[in-house]
Design a protein around this ligand. Structure first.
Ligand code: GRF
Length: 240
């Protein structure tokens, strides 16, 4: 057999259209980073056309930092100023903007990021920003979502991924994953069950964005291009 026979034929080679340029993603985190880990694993397995180009943490004790470092992903810790003072949001945003400008992401993902960003930051972001929220928006914006859903006696609960705007948890909801609330659910059990949904919803949503199925800039996308798609949010029934 000649060396030529070992070369893939032109039929087997991916066409230019099939070669998807990886979506460059930066994460903003504050804590454990289990959602970040799911995306690191998918990237390392070659399962998704993404490249995580950097992680910003506003806490120096966030476990997410270790996860990123173990995967050789650049990390910026923006928790304190040089004088040791806790960083105010304005200083954080100034440093974060400079860091993001250097990394040039196509998408910024807030996953467990616990600071509220100002309109100045969100309006001038170098890339669209999405946030993972542990409730079925527009219900239960803000904190303590599981406790509040239980107190109301909700039959359904879940998580949402939405575009970040200046108004807290109010931007366009792109996707949601739902579950049934069990009569025996506590706030902790619900939190664990919703987090299991998040670990599926985030990669699905990013894959749909990377493939162009979901528009990253809905405002810039010609309406005829999205008029044949289901009305957002896309709901995934991932009950467990
Ligand atoms: C998630 O439950 C998310 O909904 C909330 O913060 C949590 C982050 O978890 N905003 P992790 O840091 O990704 O483990």
């Amino acid at each position: 057999m000649s060396a030529d026979n070992l070369q893939p034929s032109s039929k087997q080679q991916p066409s230019k259209q099939q070669q998807v340029k990886p979506l460059r993603i930066s994460f903003l985190v504050s804590g454990n980073g289990s959602n970040l880990q799911v995306l690191i694993d998918a990237m390392q397995a070659g399962a998704m056309p993404i490249e995580i180009v950097g992680v910003i943490s506003n806490r120096d004790d966030a476990y997410a930092i270790k996860r990123a470092q173990q995967a050789n992903i650049p990390v910026a810790i923006l928790s304190h100023t040089e004088s040791g003072k806790r960083m105010g949001i304005k200083t954080f945003e100034t440093h974060a903007s400079a860091q993001l400008a250097a990394w040039q992401p196509d998408l910024i993902v807030l996953a467990g990021f616990m600071r509220v960003l100002s309109a100045g930051f969100t309006d001038n972001s170098p890339a669209p920003i999405i946030n993972l929220h542990p409730a079925l928006l527009p219900a239960y914006k803000g904190l303590d979502t599981h406790q509040r859903a239980l107190q109301t006696g909700e039959r359904y609960h879940g998580c949402s991924i939405h575009v970040v705007t200046a108004e807290l948890d109010a931007g366009q909801v792109l996707t949601q994953a739902l579950l049934h609330v069990n009569p025996k659910d506590s706030s902790d059990s619900l939190q664990a069950r919703v987090q299991a949904l998040e670990h599926q919803l985030l990669p699905w949503t990013i894959l749909l964005l990377a493939k162009g199925v979901l528009p990253l800039n809905a405002n810039d996308t010609p309406s005829e291009k999205i008029s044949h798609l289901p009305v957002l949010p896309l709901r995934l029934w991932l009950d467990n």
